[in-house]
Design a protein. Structure first.
Length: 105
């Protein structure tokens, strides 16, 4: 199984949780984990996907910043992957499969 994690999701998680580097080092060793970068080839698309969330701010819970949501959406679309989340409404309005995580990981 692959676990694809957009870099912006990691950055926003760190900003909110301030985890020790050793905790991230442990996470980065998870088998099948791949970090998806934000770069010139996808940043404008991420911004486009994030824009509607700024129009309705504040409506989402902690760790659901518009750039993270946009990056997650863009990578799910690009890799033809499902999004696993405890807040599925973040990704409404897009033709991307969303899997509800009912219990914390």
């Amino acid at each position: 199984m692959s676990l694809l994690v957009p870099a912006t999701a990691i950055a926003e998680a760190q900003a909110a949780m301030r985890m020790p580097r050793a905790a991230w080092a442990h996470i980065y060793r998870i088998r099948g984990l791949s970090t998806l970068d934000l770069h010139e080839g996808n940043a404008d698309q991420v911004g486009d996907l994030a824009a509607p969330r700024l129009q309705h701010y504040p409506m989402q819970k902690l760790l659901t910043g518009p750039l993270m949501v946009g990056h997650v959406l863009r990578e799910a679309i690009e890799t033809n992957a499902a999004i696993s989340t405890q807040i599925p409404e973040l990704y409404g309005g897009h033709s991307v499969p969303v899997v509800l995580i009912e219990h914390p990981l």
